[in-house]
Design a protein around this ligand. Structure first.
Ligand code: FE2
Length: 124
């Protein structure tokens, strides 16, 4: 069931996908967070892109969809659906000091025709 805002919280069926995803992110970003805070925006974005590229190469979108498949099926009322397999890593530093880095919360239903039945999956 969706809330009035159209948001549904879904629990992953296993911890493995998030664990593996975290390993990819941890391997790309420096352990010392102060290095990230002071990093020039271009260098920071290069790191985000590197992690995103690796996550896409490892097909994490399909894995994430599988983790919440039952919820997707219940929401859309279909047991078969298409997946946009591009994952977007929406990383933002808490103290960038410059222009905002965060992409505002949104659903693809906000854009374009024939998107009414699309479902966004956000994984923190
Ligand atoms: Fe989007």
């Amino acid at each position: 069931m969706l809330s009035a805002s159209g948001v549904r919280f879904a629990r992953h069926q296993t911890p493995g996908t998030l664990r593996d995803l975290r390993r990819v992110v941890d391997a790309v970003f420096p352990e010392d967070e102060s290095r990230l805070i002071g990093m020039e925006i271009g260098a920071y974005r290069a790191l985000v892109l590197e992690a995103q590229t690796e996550l896409n190469a490892k097909d994490f979108v399909r894995r994430l969809c599988q983790e919440v498949r039952d919820d997707i099926v219940e929401v859309i009322g279909e047991d078969r659906f298409y997946i946009q397999t591009n994952l977007y890593l929406r990383a933002a530093r808490p103290e960038s000091g410059g222009s905002p880095e965060a992409i505002g919360w949104h659903r693809e239903t906000f854009y374009g025709p024939n998107m009414e039945r699309s479902v966004n999956i956000w994984t923190p």
